[in-house]
Structure formats: structure tokens, C-alpha cells
Ligand binder design. Structure first.
Ligand code: URA
Length: 482
């Protein structure tokens, strides 16, 4: 075994530095306990050694291990590199399936670290708010945001904002570093200060007012709000300034809502205001639903948007196609004939509908009027794509363990692929989603079958639901690819 070594890496998440070093360490047979991992110019336990010349040969690691390395490197725990060295050393030493052994304490700890980083990324995507910060010399609008991530995720998170807000210049400042977008290029720079970001801007008043007007007092659940949007992020979010007052008034407003029966007409918001709201990532399912509720249907005629229904954190989410006639009138998913059939099949499969989340790929009813009847029209691929932004975020907020795609439109919405159900039916990764997937037929397909074929098809559907429930009950794999 060779002597103790100090490995010096860049501060933050130095993935390249770690990869190079770990190849060398494993190649030279250096034990993890003989290595001091040091960030920047911090002092070290062992004297620094000059780096050995020449690159060590690449390590062929199982996918599950290779997928664990980048997120763990982003974790703030100073032990992260040593723990990963341990993992890579054991895998290279012959424990090829180690990353799948969820009960191994090292694997368990690394899986928790990866999860924490994933959560942090989700929070940054959801809770970062840009404020107007003047104009550039060329006249482009400039925005700035302050954020305090728990882990070293800035470089990983920034491309999301470049894709989402390509047309204005922005900077994201954090205590560890900054990211800057000029419409063409993403650059990273030194840490920023909260004081460098304007406290308020004109747009915030609009957002806060809008949030206040759409806040649903009947659904006030402070515990759920805090779990989804921890208080530490509140100071960054203009809309949260309204929360304490709204919560205080909630009881009174519920009373008024009940008096104001039957249903106030849906208040739609002008397209420009809506676009501005969409440009600010909604911070909660309620905020997202407010946007959906206020949006015009793509094809005119629908009474209202039909939102998803069920608890946040439901173990299983079901995605259908679009609301039907009854759903459109009642404003609830799966309450018409197909919904009743789905409810019966869920009961037979032992799945509690109330504990599941039910939603649709498309949120408005599309139909052709024939006399007094409204005949369902299948949404086009373009219409499905239009609603995908909402569906993706909705499922991210609900965070189910398993999503069941009911029929081909749901598969298209979730995977962007047109696949016949006969081929896709069964467990599926739905194109690499953070939840498990299962594909089955749509209940209205069963309703369209001739009587003599329906019994068997229904039994097959119930069987699929049972398999899906079993899959949702399995523990989440410790090292699925990120
Ligand atoms: N069909 C669907 O896909 N969704 C509903 O909500 C009702 C019928």
C-alpha cells in the first residue's frame, strides 16, 4: 500500500478533479483512510504530495455507481469525496452490485446525500425569484436573483434558468458563486451578496396581488405549505409576503365563499399577465393551479379547467387524457362514466382512490357540438405538448412514487413518444422520470368494447392496477440513474 496523500480539489463541486484523483488512487491501491481530501487552500492533515505524472486508466464502473457520483459531489458534506472513494474502491475491488445494496450503510448514506441534493435542486428551480435590475448598455432588460442553496448546485441548476429565461439577461448570486446569462452564454463568477439584488420590483406587486386573489382559503394547510415551501425560502418569494394576512383571514373568507354559492364564474387573466406569471416558476401546487385555472382553453368551449385531485405525496398518481363532459361541468377529474369504471377497478385492485392523485394530460374538455350533445374530441399532439409544462410541474409537486399512464395520450404527455398501448403496457420508466411508471389502457377504451369482450378486458385492467399497486409498494431503489 502506498503512503498517505493529500488531494486538493477546487472548492465546491469539483467533479473532474475527483474523477481524476479517484482513478489514480484506485490504480495505486491507496486506502481511503490514507487520503486527506482538501478543498481550495484549506490546511491539510498530511503534507501535500506533488500530483503523480500521467493520467491513470479510466475505471469501468456500473451505471448505478457512475450516476451516484455527480450528485454526491455536489453535497456540502466535507466527507463526500472520501465516502465516494470508499464506494469506488469497493466496487473496483469486486463488489460490482454494491450500489444496489440499499442496506449497506455506505450506500444508504450516499443515497440520502443524493436525495438531499435532488431536493435542493428542486427548491432552487421552484423558489428562485428574479427581480428587475435595470437595463444593459445595449438596452436589454437585466434581472437578478439571490439564492442560498444548501449544496453546491449552482452549476447544475443554472442551465435550467438559461433554457427557461433565454431572452433576458440575468444573474443568480449565491454565497458560494454566481451565474450570469447574457442571452447566448452562461458564465460563472465569484460569490455575490444579497444587497446586490434589488429587494422589490414592480412585477412583484402584480404577482403578490394575483396570489392573494387566487389563494384558496378553504385549502389552507400550513403544515403542507411549510413542507413544500420551507420558511427559509419565504424571504425570496414576493407572494409569501401575503401569506400571514391571508391565513389570518382564511376562516372569514371560507365563510364568504360558502355564502357566495353556487359557483363564481372562473376569472380568466389577460394573456400577457398570464405569460408573466408562467415566466415565474410557481412555488406550490396551489400557485400552479391558479395559473391553470386562469388560462384560456386552447380550443374554445370548455366551462372550466379541470385540475388534478388528491393529496400531495400520494403514493400513486393516475394520468388520464382530458376531462369529459361531466368532468367539464363539475370541475373534477374522472367523475363521468369512465371515472366510475376507474373507481370500481381501483376498488377491486385494493387501491384507495381518495389516497391517490388523479389528473389529466390536458386540462380542458375539447368537443364537437352535435345538437345538444358534446362529443369528445381527442387532443392533438400539439395540444398535449401545450399542457405538458403544467403536468410536469404538477407531478413534481405531488411527488408520487408511481405514475400510471392511462392510455396513449397520457403516454405521449409523459414520454413525448407516440407508442401503441399494446407495446407499452406494463412497468415503464416513462422516459427516465424521477418516479416509477406503469402503462395501461384508458378506462373509456373498455367502455367502447363490445359487451362480449369487455369482461376479459376489464379483468386485465384490474390486474394491471394490482401490479401497479405492488410496484408502488416496493422500496425505492437506492441508486437509480439520476
Ligand atoms: N377521461 C379522462 O381521461 N379523464 C377524465 O377526467 C375523464 C375521462
Amino acid at each position: 500500500m502506498s503512503a498517505a496523500r493529500t488531494i486538493r480539489l477546487r472548492p465546491g463541486a469539483d467533479l473532474e478533479g475527483f474523477r481524476e484523483a479517484v482513478r489514480r488512487l484506485v490504480h495505486d491501491g491507496v486506502a481511503p483512510e490514507a487520503v486527506a481530501w482538501v478543498e481550495g487552500d484549506a490546511p491539510s492533515l498530511f503534507p501535500d504530495e506533488p500530483p503523480p505524472g500521467g493520467a491513470a486508466p479510466a475505471l469501468a464502473l456500473p451505471r448505478a455507481v457512475a450516476a451516484l457520483v455527480p450528485p454526491v459531489v455536489m453535497h456540502r458534506d466535507p466527507e463526500r469525496y472520501g465516502l465516494l472513494h470508499r464506494l469506488v474502491g469497493r466496487v473496483a475491488g469486486g463488489e460490482r452490485h454494491l450500489a444496489e445494496v440499499a442496506s449497506d450503510p455506505l450506500v444508504h448514506r450516499l443515497a440520502l446525500m443524493r436525495k438531499a441534493v435532488g431536493r435542493d435542486l428542486h427548491k432552487m428551480h421552484a423558489f428562485l425569484r428574479f427581480r428587475r435590475a435595470g437595463a444593459t448598455t445595449s438596452g436589454r432588460e437585466r434581472f437578478a436573483a439571490w439564492f442560498e442553496p444548501e449544496h453546491h448546485i449552482l452549476a447544475e441548476a443554472a442551465p435550467f434558468f438559461a433554457a427557461r429565461f433565454p431572452s433576458f439577461d440575468w444573474s443568480i448570486l449565491t454565497p458560494d458563486g454566481s451565474a450570469h446569462w447574457d442571452g447566448a452564454r452562461l458564465r460563472f463568477g465569484p460569490p455575490g451578496r444579497r444587497e446586490d439584488v434589488p429587494e422589490h420590483d414592480a412585477f412583484e406587486a402584480g404577482w403578490t396581488g394575483y396570489y392573494a386573489s387566487t389563494f384558496n382559503p378553504a385549502r389552507t394547510n400550513l403544515a403542507a405549505m411549510r413542507a413544500e415551501m420551507p420558511k427559509k425560502y419565504w424571504h425570496n418569494l414576493p407572494e409569501t409576503a401575503a401569506i400571514p394576512g391571508l391565513v389570518r383571514e382564511a376562516g372569514m373568507r371560507v365563510g364568504r365563499m360558502i355564502e357566495r354559492a353556487p359557483e363564481a364564474p372562473v376569472k380568466r387573466v389577460p394573456a400577457r399577465a398570464l405569460a408573466a406569471m408562467v415566466a415565474q416558476e410557481p412555488a406550490s401546487l396551489d400557485a400552479l393551479n391558479a395559473i391553470i385555472r386562469a388560462s384560456e382553453p386552447l380550443v374554445p368551449g370548455a366551462t372550466q379547467a379541470v385540475l388534478g385531485e388528491g393529496p400531495l405525496g400520494a403514493r400513486i398518481a393516475f394520468v388520464g387524457e382530458q376531462p369529459g363532459d361531466q368532468e367539464d361541468l363539475q370541475g373534477r377529474p374522472f367523475v363521468g362514466p369512465a371515472g366510475r369504471l376507474l373507481s370500481a377497478a381501483l376498488r377491486e385492485a385494493g387501491i384507495d382512490r381518495e389516497q391517490s392523485y388523479l389528473t389529466n394530460a390536458v386540462k380542458h374538455f375539447k368537443f364537437e357540438a352535435r345538437g345538444k350533445r358534446r362529443i369528445h374530441q381527442k387532443p392533438t399532439a400539439g395540444e398535449v405538448a401545450h399542457y405538458r409544462w403544467w403536468l410536469d410541474r404538477e407531478l413534481a409537486f405531488v411527488a408520487p412514487r408511481l405514475v400510471v399512464a392511462l392510455g396513449a395520450t397520457a403516454v405521449l404527455a409523459l414520454t413525448r413518444r407516440q407508442v401503441p398501448i399494446t407495446r407499452a403496457r406494463g412497468p415503464s420508466d416513462l422516459g427516465g422520470k424521477p418516479y416509477r411508471g406503469f402503462v395501461t389502457v384508458h378506462p373509456s377504451y373498455l367502455l367502447r368494447l363490445p359487451d362480449e369482450a369487455r369482461g376479459d378486458a376489464y379483468a386485465g385492467f384490474v390486474d394491471d392496477l394490482r401490479r401497479a399497486a405492488a410496484l408502488a409498494a416496493e422500496p425505492v431503489p437506492s441508486a437509480a440513474p439520476v
